[in-house]
Design a protein around this ligand. Structure first.
Ligand SMILES: *[C@@H]1O[C@H](CO)[C@@H](O)[C@H](O)[C@H]1NC(C)=O
Ligand SMILES: *[C@@H]1O[C@H](CO)[C@@H](O)[C@H](O)[C@H]1NC(C)=O
Ligand SMILES: *[C@@H]1O[C@H](CO)[C@@H](O)[C@H](O)[C@H]1NC(C)=O
Length: 532
């Protein structure tokens, strides 16, 4: 298209200044990035974002963006509610999924030209197409390649329903055809950041509620918020713009705490980005505070203690004379948890006592002998033998070449754990919902139990689906964070209906030697802890 090439020329000029990403990323994606920036300490955005497509969506619709940040980290963010997916798909560090895929392509002596998201998060599978229209999967995942289109479209449909139910995408954001009256609610003391578009202008307009003339209301709004331009109070004063470390200009809307309640406002903040009007409708409610915590604010994060000591082991193949079979993700997950307890007990006995030092011992399979040996941070021969031992303890069986650990057999890990953990009252608790868990149906109740274990600072083995409905994986969650927001819709006759939505994200150690570790939406069908 001719128009496209003209725009590209303009972008090239901008890229000289190293912020090409600003003109490439859609406003919604820049908004998500801004919302994540504090929690992730985003210092820089590196290189150009890479578009990722979906085979079940329009051919030319960029559904996700791969964005490199800081020194060696990356994010994959959804473009918008059209994807039916969560805003954050994954945040991790190098080697990234894209790098793995490029490597797989180069091993096949070809090159990726177009990337695709194949399965919904928290499982994240990317594929790419080369210039001969051949599909390439990382790690030669042929099982995934064979997964039927109808299976995958069912997974995407489930994801879309969950995302709608959880109100993940704000309706109060102005999009092209916005004509609903949704408002993001801000209360006293709340702060809310809004991306300034490429026009470098932001309009601020009070919405008439019919009781007073707009001019007076506009002046009152400006007085409360203190961000309007003196000569034109329908514009945000550029002097009040702020900039993130990575270079995103934004308006920070702070609702002051007032001793006396004041009448609220409805307002629209709008900006122009790539020739389109973007912005947000906001309602400022200073009258009362139903809940004590801020409705819009920073993420609340919980982590196990000394998370840095948590090891990253990887699966390996066993019984290769017969038929190769991965040792199973269940045994690897439990081995990492044993390793974590053992490591912290060695490094900080005054905090954790020496009671966990026997969880990883000196014999070749780590199950026996002196307690003096400390579990390593990465897979060694000893770790491999330990996971094989646990594989036998738990009765892991082979299913389509992947070690499948049934959720009932998770409980059998107790047989290993109880005699070796010398303090506390060691036991294994497994939260599942029977047959629904067996087929991998995500459950909010199980997620809430999993998050409660994390709040109590125990690492949690979580069950997630991979590569299709019947294939499951058991990574370990060591952190989670959440953040809530309130949105109301206002009808013509003034009645309002509000929903509070909460985003939950968990940090997973995947059991692939550190590869693909990262933050993902918190979805699970099983949560298990070995605690004491
Ligand atoms: C928005 O307005 C258009 C035109 O007035 C109308 O056709 C459409 O149904 C409206 N959309 C919603 C979601 O109300
Ligand atoms: C390991 O334990 C078994 C019994 O469970 C024992 O027979 C064996 O001698 C032990 N090996 C070592 C090296 O302690
Ligand atoms: C399991 O361990 C936890 C943590 O020590 C303890 O609170 C709980 O009571 C134990 N449960 C059983 C059944 O022993």
């Amino acid at each position: 298209m001719f128009g496209g090439s003209v725009i590209l020329l303009v972008l090239c000029t901008v890229s000289v200044y190293g912020d090409h990403w600003k003109s490439v990323l859609p406003w919604q994606v820049k908004t998500t990035l801004l919302q994540l920036s504090d929690q992730f300490n985003i210092d820089s955005v590196r290189g150009d974002p890479i578009p990722i497509y979906r085979q079940d969506l329009a051919n030319d619709y960029v559904a996700y963006w791969y964005i490199r940040i800081n020194h060696d980290e990356y994010l994959i963010l959804s473009s918008g509610r059209e994807t039916g997916d969560y805003k954050l798909v994954i945040q991790g560090s190098s080697p990234s999924l894209i790098e793995d895929l490029d490597k797989a392509a180069s091993e096949k002596k070809t090159q990726c030209v177009k990337y695709f998201m194949v399965t919904p998060t928290p499982d994240v599978n990317l594929a790419c197409e080369d210039n001969k229209n051949r599909m390439i999967f990382a790690d030669n995942k042929d099982a995934l390649a064979k997964a039927g289109y109808s299976t995958l479209s069912k997974l995407w449909e489930n994801q879309r329903q969950g995302v709608e139910r959880e109100h993940i995408w704000e309706k109060s954001l102005l999009t092209k055809f916005q004509n609903d009256t949704y408002f993001r609610v801000l209360e006293q003391g709340d702060g809310h950041k809004i991306v300034v578009g490429d026009s470098k202008n932001v309009n601020i307009l009070v919405m008439n509620d019919g009781t007073i003339t707009e001019d007076e209301e506009q002046a009152r709004l400006c007085q409360v918020l203190g961000i309007c331009q003196p000569e034109d109070n329908t514009r945000v004063n550029p002097e009040s713009f702020q900039k993130t470390k990575y270079g995103q200009v934004f308006v920070n809307l702070n609702v002051p705490r007032t001793p006396k309640p004041i009448r609220g406002f409805y307002l629209t903040l709008s900006t122009s980005d790539k020739g389109e009007t973007k912005g947000q409708q906001i309602s400022i409610d200073t009258r009362r505070r139903v809940k004590r915590q801020a409705t819009t604010g920073p993420w609340t994060e919980y982590s196990i203690d000394d998370e840095i000591l948590f090891p990253d082991y990887r699966q390996h193949d066993i019984n290769c004379d017969d038929k190769c079979c991965a040792v199973g993700c269940g045994p690897v997950a439990w081995a990492m948890i044993l390793g974590y307890y053992d490591r912290r007990s060695h490094d900080k006995p005054s905090t954790y006592t020496i009671g966990s030092q026997g969880l990883f011992r000196c014999s070749p399979d780590a199950t026996n002998g002196s307690n003096i040996c400390k579990a390593p941070a990465y897979t060694t021969d000893q770790v491999k033998q330990l996971t094989e031992y646990l594989h036998d303890v738990m009765g892991t069986f082979c299913l389509t070449g992947q070690g499948a650990t049934t959720q009932g057999s998770m409980k059998k890990f107790e047989d290993y754990f109880i005699p070796r953990q010398l303090t506390g009252s060691p036991n294994v608790t497994v939260e599942t919902s029977g047959i629904a868990s067996f087929v991998g149906i995500y459950d909010d109740g199980i997620r809430d139990s999993g998050l409660a274990f994390l709040r109590a600072k125990w690492p949690v083995v979580v069950g997630i689906r991979v590569d299709g409905i019947f294939s499951q994986h058991f990574p370990v969650a060591t952190k989670y964070r959440s953040r809530s927001s309130k949105e109301c819709t206002k009808s013509l006759w003034g009645s309002t209906k509000c929903t509070t939505s909460t985003e939950y994200e968990m940090y997973l150690h995947m059991g692939w030697g550190g590869s693909s570790n990262g933050w993902k939406p918190a979805k699970m069908f099983m949560a298990a802890v070995a605690w004491y």
